[in-house]
Design a protein around this ligand. Structure first.
Ligand SMILES: [Zn+2]
Length: 532
């Protein structure tokens, strides 16, 4: 069926659009929107009718096992045919609708889009698709050699000629564009975006093949294990004796703060403009209301949507950098299969901002083109957060940030499970493998990783690192217990700003640990040593 199967990538260029062209495009986008809504409504109507039919009900009763697979499929195909619930049928329906001109192939792609939305809903993959409101339809696409065309310099769409803006000579990213322009073109898409209140148009060239690989993003060789928490990521590459623990996309906190400030401002303005719509306790009154929107309110709203857009762009770039970094460490990446939805339910806002699920899908996507194998194994069979190298299984609570076992293995929990993840083979932990790595230096490597972990911008370590004194399983006792003389830190306290009243806190910390030890250096920088 319609879905593109061969690999493809997108090259995007901004378009030069005159005000006159802009109004023409917007009128056509409006036609496309109405057509989409019509197709969506018809698709939903046909779906409902189909589901009520006796033939559909009896098709559902056919068992799903291998013996009846073909029979079941045939029955459903037949029902879809009689109720005209197929991509082709909806395209035929779209062709009968008389609206303004957008080109017959664009009509087909719009119908296909509506059909996909309905069928994903029908299969339970998505929620019920919504009708698009005015100004909510942002892209149209053509088919191969269709009315929407790319002639190498400009986009052509039924009399409109929109020249593309090429990046200047010698600018960064030119090689990416050039690579895209030389690839075989599948079809083009015209996209509208609102940037800071202004409308901009872009052409997306959907090309065949794999996207451009920048020479600096070389793929490494070996095993990599990842442990992704709601706000942290631990990476372990035992092949190269490397590990690190970082906060996931912490750079976004600043953008997030800005969003919050603007959201509050928007709320204040809305309340100030519409006091009649609120109860005395500040809640919104029931029933139909009229909302007055001031010019300042609209300005704030525009600014907020721009901030949201920037946050998303920033996040995407951070995710991309992190993916490239992971690939630079090795070409076999293992991680637990997690439900990031559950994450979001449990941890809320922080997860929403960092979007670990998006990171993982980017990891999967980029792996295909980079030639990296990404394996997601089920938590149930491996139980990495509970097992030890010696085979012991002990349940930890979420607040236990340290793995401490009777056999002498001590490690920060996230780093340890990232390390174990690297040693998972066909959905089982290869314990012998892990033990070999552990004894040949991974142990020390994880300690270094923890000591080099950077505190948050605010100055404190997140509780999940397990470095704060008040938390259970404090590393101090653990390091003392292991008693190997390395990194004996007298007391680990939260990082404090230098206290002006107390001169002793400004003197450099003294520690018995040997100079040049990475662990010691990290610990000194990060946690500071109490002198009292
Ligand atoms: Zn053990």
């Amino acid at each position: 069926m319609g879905r593109i199967t061969s690999p493809s990538f997108i090259t995007e260029l901004p378009l030069r659009v005159t005000p006159k062209h802009e109004s023409t495009i917007l009128i056509r986008f409006e036609f496309a929107r109405q057509l989409y809504n019509a197709c969506l409504g018809e698709g939903l109507r046909r779906l409902a009718l189909m589901r009520q039919s006796k033939a559909y009900q009896s098709a559902r009763l056919i068992p799903k096992d291998d013996d009846h697979k073909d029979e079941r499929k045939r029955a459903f195909d037949e029902v879809r045919k009689t109720h005209q619930f197929r991509d082709y049928d909806l395209q035929a329906y779209a062709a009968t609708i008389k609206i303004g001109w957008i080109g017959s192939q664009v009509v087909q792609t719009v119908a296909t889009r509506a059909f996909r939305a309905v069928s994903q809903y029908a299969y339970g993959k998505r929620g019920k698709p919504r009708f698009k409101g005015r100004g909510q339809f942002d892209s149209i696409e053509g088919k191969q050699k269709a009315v929407v065309q790319w002639d190498g310099k400009a986009l052509r769409w039924g009399g409109l000629i929109l020249p593309a803006i090429f990046p200047k000579e010698g600018r960064k990213g030119n090689d990416v564009i050039e690579y895209g322009l030389n690839a075989r073109l599948k079809f083009v898409r015209l996209v509208r975006r609102k940037l800071n209140g202004k409308t901009r148009f872009y052409i997306q060239l959907v090309c065949e093949g794999t996207p451009f690989q920048k020479p600096k993003n070389k793929v490494g060789c070996g095993l990599v294990g990842l442990d992704i928490g709601p706000s942290t990521i631990a990476i372990a590459a035992p092949t190269h004796r490397q590990a690190e623990l970082r906060q996931f996309c912490n750079e976004l906190r600043k953008d997030q703060r800005k969003v919050r400030v603007e959201q509050r401002k928007l709320d204040r303005q809305r309340r100030a403009n519409n006091p009649q719509n609120y109860n005395e306790n500040g809640t919104v009154k029931n029933g139909a209301k009229k909302w007055i929107k001031s010019r300042n309110y609209n300005d704030t709203k525009r600014r907020l949507s721009e901030t949201h857009r920037k946050l998303a762009a920033h996040r995407e770039s951070l995710h991309g950098q992190l993916v490239n970094h992971v690939f630079s460490l090795g070409n076999q990446v293992n991680l637990e299969k997690l439900s990031y939805r559950t994450f979001q339910k449990m941890f809320g806002k922080s997860v929403g901002m960092r979007a670990p699920g998006m990171f993982v899908s980017m990891l999967r996507r980029k792996a295909v083109t980079a030639g990296v194998s990404v394996t997601e194994f089920p938590t149930r069979t491996t139980k990495l957060s509970q097992v030890c190298l010696c085979g012991q299984v002990k349940k930890k609570s979420l607040s236990d940030r340290w793995h401490v076992c009777d056999c002498g293995v001590v490690a920060q929990r996230d780093l340890f499970s990232a390390f174990l993840a690297a040693c998972v083979e066909s959905e089982r932990l290869n314990a012998d493998f892990a033990r070999d790595f552990w004894q040949s230096g991974m142990d020390a490597c994880l300690r270094v990783a923890l000591s080099e972990a950077k505190p948050a911008i605010g100055g404190d370590f997140p509780a999940t690192f397990g470095l704060n004194r008040s938390r259970s399983g404090s590393p101090v006792e653990v390091w003392m217990k292991t008693g190997d003389g390395r990194g004996v830190v007298a007391s680990v306290s939260q990082r404090r700003e230098p206290d002006k009243a107390c001169p002793s806190s400004r003197t450099p910390p003294v520690s018995p640990a040997p100079q040049g030890c990475a662990l010691h250096r990290g610990a000194e920088r990060a946690v500071g040593i109490s002198q009292h």
